[in-house]
Ligand binder design. Sequence first.
Ligand code: SAH
Length: 398
Amino acid sequence: MAKVELILKAGREKSLLRRHPWVFSGAVAGMKGTAQPGETVDIVDAKGKALARGAYSGRSQIVCRVWSFSEHESIDGVFFRQALEHALERRRVFSAGLEPNGGLRLVNAESDGLPGVVVDRYGEWLVGQFTSAGAQTWKGEIARILMELTGAKGLLERTEGEVCAQEGLTESVGTLAGLTPPETIPLQEHGLSYAVDPWHGHKTGFYLDQRDNRLLVREGCQGRRVLNTFAFSGGFGLNAMAAGAEHVTHLESSAALLSQAEDHARRNRLPEDRFDYCRGNAFHKLREWRDQRRTFDCIVLDPPRLADSQAGLMRAARAYKDLNWLALRLLAPGGRLLTFSCSGRVAMDLFAKVVADAAIDAGRHVMIQRYLGPPADHPVALTFPEGRYLKGLQCIVD
Ligand code: SAH
């Protein structure tokens, strides 16, 4: 079969030469041959020089995602086996230190050379998202290889949400290989037990990307009043209580998640009377508490992605500023703020500037103690800045 070529406009090869793995539709001059979604094509520059091989995806703004920067590489089972072995090897040292039943990101998409492929391990089970046409084409092969390499019991696919519309994919949730996973999977992290819902929980069931930061929140929590906004299933607040917090308030918009947080407190035999579960919209609740002059000694601000497009960036920056301003108004002198953004479009510089603006308006002197990010099983390729989505600041506030 003749190879299909995706021909770039003159000058648009630059990002590929810098090993960025995406080709946007606006960079394409034309195609030689036709390709089905997910089919491997050769990417060539305007003069016909081969640059890379990738998965075609005509329905996405990102028309091609690179599998290999070597123009001779065959994209087949051998290629995926090698890529997956590498991904596991990169995590070998790190995973050796994990608790039994620990959660681990095995494959971190573009950064591991596998665009659109995210696979997390929860004990004996794997949960994956295959959010590109290429990942969809190869997911069966990828699942088979991962089952063999990890000895997992089964792999659940969770390809759903807005990304499917963006990428022109149909949603796909179900067992991709091996046995069907149970409704909940036990997870152990920093000595605490959780029940992860692999079928319905956000992302693949748990925010593994906040693992390191959940441990950091413990520092200096003893005898303190802690506010865990955007609580999800309780993670940050449970760690604070395990470190001897006087009181933890979980603030979360979902009642079902608050009851999971409550179940997690019970599971870990943490003192139930020292937790508060508040259901509400954080933007409104924080304002209400500010009016009531409530104070906390430590606040975690971990909102969902607020910037979903370049156009929405200014609106998101205002929302981050508002949230941080409110949190700073609620912090007692000498308090600690752990503030995060998981919007890929908000870079650390911009985020720090937004928090600085909030600090000035709140009239507080704020010092950064630590720059925060994802843990070692979420490595980010230097050539793929879009992968640097999670960032945070640990601040002390006079
Ligand atoms: N910190 C958590 C993850 C937070 S994810 C952890 O480490 O596990 C963001 C959470 O914010 C989700 O659980 C979502 O349900 C909740 N949420 C989204 N919008 C909200 C709002 N306006 N007010 C309160 N909670 C909200």
